[in-house]
Ligand binder design. Structure first.
Ligand code: CDP
Length: 224
């Protein structure tokens, strides 16, 4: 059977990764977290003290280091940099603050888009990100644009941070989430936007289960 793809895009903290991972699990497909790929490069910039705005420096980083992705036992993507597993550092605040600048460079996007398409060619995937339905997989069988109100998205991020053991004030998170959305939406290459043929789902007052069920219904209706 030809591999099938589901694209889930949306702003920061809308719940894409939780939902995408569960949909993938229910279908027994691969979950591809493209945000983790961009974060891997931002992590490298943070560690090497590279200016994330400097296209040449960022491109050099891409060439100097080996980045690999593997499916982890929890169904998520494990990210390796020069052979060591950096997955647990990808959501650190210093990585989050650099990632949008890193993701704006064409060279970075070209490289990652190529990797993402290679996954989708080999495996049936649930892929989440910003430009999956619009640029990476325009022929995805199902496209979802998942949103939620900014305060709700910030609250979710805050409880993730709390689980990791640090308290970040809510208004600080609201600001950083809004700032990242602005950068992601206003960039020239592959900006965050809803594909014309995507189904918009607002997760603000919905449970994860409800959203997963809604997406599985779309899959049942559109795949074969
Ligand atoms: O989980 P969260 O929504 O906070 O972010 P993420 O999915 O891990 O993505 C982190 C950042 O990577 C985004 O803010 C974008 O700048 C960038 N990104 C992108 O440009 N294109 C994608 N397909 C995925 C992520």
């Amino acid at each position: 059977m030809m591999p099938v793809s589901i694209a889930i895009d949306g702003p920061a903290g809308a719940g894409k990764s939780t939902v995408a991972r569960m949909v993938a699990k229910r279908l027994n497909w691969m979950y591809v977290d493209t945000g983790a790929m961009y974060r891997a490069i931002a992590f490298l910039c943070a560690r090497s003290g590279v200016d994330p705005e400097d296209a040449q420096e960022v491109e050099a980083i891409l060439q100097q280091h080996e980045i690999e992705f593997e499916e982890g036992s929890d169904g998520g993507l494990r990210v390796f940099v020069d052979g060591s597993d950096v997955t647990d550092h990808l959501r650190d605040p210093d990585v989050s603050s650099l990632v949008s600048a890193v993701a704006a460079h064409g060279a970075v996007r070209d490289r990652l888009t190529e990797w993402q398409r290679a996954f989708a060619k080999r495996y049936s995937v649930v892929m989440d990100g910003r430009d999956i339905g619009t640029v990476v997989l325009p022929n995805a069988a199902v496209k979802v644009f998942l949103t939620a109100q900014p305060e709700e998205r910030a609250r979710r991020r805050q409880s993730e941070f709390l689980q990791q053991g640090f308290h970040v004030p809510l208004d600080e998170i609201v600001q950083s989430v809004i700032e990242r959305d602005r950068r992601d939406s206003e960039r020239e290459i592959a900006p965050l936007r809803q594909a014309e043929d995507a189904v918009r789902i607002d997760s603000t007052n919905k449970t994860v289960e409800q959203i997963v069920d809604q997406i599985l219904q779309l899959v049942a209706a559109h795949v074969r």
